[in-house]
Design a protein around this ligand. Structure first.
Ligand code: NDP
Length: 331
């Protein structure tokens, strides 16, 4: 625990831009912070605490969690809850806190996927871990092929009506299923406000229908893994550093860092330098050039990563020639 209580910067709202989330009343900072990695019991509290405070001081009001974030699963929520309890929670009404359920969380048939049983029980556990009465956004984390989508969306509607979440969201839904989810939730009277897809220079799937569906349905979009877990930076240009995600976490297997990928990263890195940016900054700017992106959801293992993302949001201008050059590199 920090011996000095945190006091937020008085200038925090003169910093970052906020974008409206679809046609809802909710606005989100252009940069949001996710707690998937680096906030678990295996990580150092003083480091992740400083990351949170740095973000908040820059106007980054949105913190994204899920039941299973850690490791071990649940520990990111417990740690975040402990920091809220130790003083950060005095700013609760200035924060948008989200969590999710949809991936494996506990043993047996009721701790995974998309049943009403799982979603309701999981959110109750998340609220206890974080010491909260409600979250701002609750997401179904991934579609469940074996549960009727009406049941999963019905659970989100129930949760919002119970006051355990203010807004409903979905993540990892392909366009056709996303559209069905939006229609069901609208009919139930709990409109979906946000979709959370994986989107980066290295992951272009949302451009094939999803972004258009979100625009047509006036739903916000928060892009996760904008740096492809750190690949879109200068970190892996000379091998795999110790303490990097590829060396610490199976979510980024070293085999993914092929000579072909490294060659693209080198070219992108040189291109970013010509724009006067770091590659990590350019990768975030590149997403924010599209006004359909409400927020870019970054991960951070260091305070400096927050500053890079903040810098990125100030440079979202790309000329047509620059965009074409980037496409040529990405192939
Ligand atoms: P990123 O693509 O932003 O990767 C973050 C990692 O990249 C950091 O941990 C760090 O890696 C490295 N990094 C970040 N900034 C820099 C920088 N400026 N320079 C160099 N390296 C940098 O996002 P994540 O994959 O972490 O995902 C972000 C969030 O998205 C998650 O926390 C979560 O909230 C959400 N998410 C949602 C999913 C879903 O299914 N809905 C799935 C995955 C993520 P290192 O540790 O190596 O330093």
């Amino acid at each position: 625990m920090n011996t000095m209580a945190y006091v937020a910067s008085e200038s925090r709202y003169s910093k970052i831009a906020y974008r409206r989330c679809g046609n809802s009343g909710l606005v989100l900072p252009a940069i949001s912070l996710g707690l998937w990695h680096n906030f678990g019991h295996v990580d150092l509290r003083s480091n992740f605490e400083n990351i949170l405070y740095t973000a908040f001081d820059l106007g980054i009001t949105h913190f994204d969690l899920a039941n299973n974030y850690g490791p071990p699963p649940g520990s990111a929520e417990s740690n975040f809850g402990a920091i809220l309890k130790d003083g950060f929670g005095s700013y609760r009404d200035e924060m948008i806190i989200s969590t999710k359920a949809g991936f494996t969380m506990w043993d047996g048939p009721y701790g995974d996927w998309g049943s009403k049983k799982y979603l309701v029980a999981s959110l109750d556990q998340s609220l206890k871990r974080m010491g909260l009465d409600y979250v701002d956004i609750f997401y179904h984390h991934r579609p469940d092929p074996n549960t009727p989508i009406e049941e999963s969306m019905g659970a989100l509607d129930l949760i919002v009506r119970q006051g355990k979440a203010l807004y409903a969201g979905i993540s990892n839904y392909p366009p056709d299923l996303a559209k069905r989810a939006f229609d069901i939730l609208r009919q139930l009277g709990t409109p979906c406000v946000i979709h959370q897809p994986k989107y980066s220079m290295f992951e272009r799937t949302p451009e094939h229908g999803l972004l258009q569906t979100l625009e047509e349905n006036k739903i916000g979009c928060i892009a996760f893994s904008p740096l492809a877990q750190g690949l879109l930076s200068d970190k892996y240009l000379k091998g795999i550093p110790e303490q990097s995600r590829a060396s610490r976490n199976p979510s980024l297997p070293p085999e993914q860092i092929t000579p072909e990928i490294v060659s693209k990263i080198e070219k992108l890195n040189d291109f970013a330098a010509k724009r006067g940016q770091k590659l990590a900054e350019m990768a975030i700017s590149w997403l924010l050039k599209d006004q359909r992106i409400t927020s870019v959801l970054i991960g951070a293992s260091k305070v400096s990563h927050i500053h890079d993302a903040y810098n990125a949001h100030q440079r979202v201008d790309f000329s047509a020639a620059e965009l074409a050059d980037i496409e040529a590199i990405l192939g």
